[in-house]
Design a protein around this ligand. Structure first.
Ligand SMILES: [Zn+2]
Ligand SMILES: [Zn+2]
Length: 264
């Protein structure tokens, strides 16, 4: 995060999928680093039952005073995790060997495209009134006429959506969660030849990732959680692309551009 230039004092929420070491043992170091860099904003951490005990154990045993407040929220069920002005986080149950959640980050829709010619035709003076309408606020003209934003705006533009499977076998709950996502980040631990092993360990293979991506109608997929047994991830990528072409493998410092949705 330091190398990537991500500020440590920005608004941030952490979503933990499940209580396995490879998914939570980075937290103590991350939290302490944030404190060393003098974070002041509250940090919310969401996750399954047991997360509270884990964080409490760190706070009790590590002799270190945090510069910020930690708020731990244990998720009990599927559904809305949190709602902010601009986005929501939704959880669904993943299918793993431990209780696990998958998450979606969904942006709220934005006001539609602004049509200046419509505003001019209605006699709305250029300036503050235009800006208000563009942001979806009703405007009252000097002559008393009230203009609703939809009179000068196109249909609302839907927000973007990112879904993350965490560790999971194929699951219909995940298909539902990732419906129409712009991006699905998915467990792809083993190749198709190790289907039995994947099922035993609660992980996915490429053909299952492709199946989920197709059924959920997502735009693109990033494969992650790849077993260290593979010197290169090419086999997994090729097997995924047989069923879903728009797939890549996660890399450190990877940058992904997710364009805003526009009205067709
Ligand atoms: Zn796991
Ligand atoms: Zn894992």
């Amino acid at each position: 995060m330091i190398k990537a230039g991500l500020g440590f004092n920005r608004e941030m929420k952490i979503c933990i999928t499940h209580m396995h070491g490879d998914h939570i043992l980075g937290l103590p170091g991350l939290i302490q680093t944030m404190s060393l860099l003098c974070r002041t904003r509250t940090l919310e951490i969401y996750g399954p039952a047991g997360l509270g005990d884990f964080i409490e154990a760190i706070e009790k045993t590590i002799k270190f005073t945090l510069t910020f407040r930690l708020e731990v929220i244990e998720i009990e069920d599927e559904g809305l995790v949190c709602a902010e002005d601009e986005y929501e986080i939704i959880a669904a149950r993943a299918d793993h060997v431990a209780p696990a959640f998958a998450y979606s980050l969904e942006e709220k829709s934005r006001p539609g495209k602004f049509y200046p010619e419509k505003a001019k035709a209605l006699g709305i003076p250029e300036g503050v009134a235009w800006a208000k309408l563009q942001h979806g606020t009703t405007v009252k003209l000097p002559n008393g006429r009230v203009v609703e934003p939809q009179e000068v705006l196109g249909p609302p533009r839907s927000g973007r959506k990112i879904s993350y499977s965490g560790d999971s076998r194929f699951s219909e709950a995940l298909v539902k969660l990732a419906k129409n996502a712009d991006l699905l980040i998915h467990d792809c631990t083993f190749d198709d030849g190790l289907a039995k092993r994947a099922a035993e360990d609660g992980h996915s293979i490429p053909s299952q990732v492709a199946k989920t991506a197709k059924k959920a109608n997502v735009k693109r997929v990033i494969l992650t959680h790849i077993s260290a047994r593979y010197k290169t991830p090419n086999l997994l990528l090729n097997q995924t692309r047989k069923g879903f072409i728009n797939a890549v493998v996660a890399e450190d410092f990877m940058k992904i551009d997710l364009p805003l949705h526009d009205v067709k």
